[in-house]
Ligand binder design. Structure first.
Ligand code: COA
Length: 147
């Protein structure tokens, strides 16, 4: 079952599983814009956190927040290794499309790790930029229009 969750619920998953040993503090909203630059005004936007539960266990999470009036970032997607390749990640990404429509954003973007970029490309995203500027290796910026 997909539910809206709180930052306090997603934080331990992000800290222990998605970003173990991360040096920078994990904030509810990231200040990175869709070009990979820091813009602290982004932190004024409201974040949304999503989780998928199976038998009361949280098996996948994602979040989104605007980075400008028309742009929505999908951030922090993670699926428990034992539950991968069953469509859980896709469902969590589709939830961001629903939220983007509700918030009238016209473009979704994400900063994908190189190891997961293919996942986004298979779901119709296009890669538009690469960076090695942030922790956890090279990242690929991927985008998708909201129709
Ligand atoms: C990337 C991730 C979220 C995918 O979750 P998932 O629930 O397995 O995704 P889905 O089952 O919806 O996958 C849909 C399709 O995407 C593709 N896909 C999924 N993970 C992939 C990967 N790592 N590499 C390439 N293609 C992938 C497959 O085509 C898959 O269909 P298939 O299972 O029939 O082959 C998951 O592997 C994960 O949590 N990885 C570690 C954290 C991470 O990298 N998160 C993204 C941060 S940017």
């Amino acid at each position: 079952m997909l539910k809206k969750i709180e930052f306090e619920t997603i934080l331990p998953i992000w800290r222990d599983h998605l970003w173990p040993g991360r040096k920078s503090q994990i904030e509810p909203v990231s200040a990175i814009n869709s070009e990979g630059l820091i813009n602290v005004t982004i932190q004024g936007y409201k974040p949304h956190f999503f989780g998928i539960y199976e038998n009361h266990e949280l098996i996948g999470v994602n979040s989104c927040h605007r980075t400008s009036l028309k742009e929505m970032r999908s951030r922090g997607l993670w699926v428990h290794p034992q539950h991968r390749h069953r469509g859980v990640g896709s469902r969590l990404l589709l939830q961001v499309f629903a939220q983007a429509k509700e918030d009238k954003a016209s473009r979704i973007w994400t900063m994908a790790r190189q190891s997961s970029a293919e996942f986004y490309l298979r779901l119709g995203f296009s890669a538009y930029k690469e960076t090695s500027q942030y922790e956890f290796g090279p990242h690929v910026f991927c985008e998708h229009l909201v129709t």
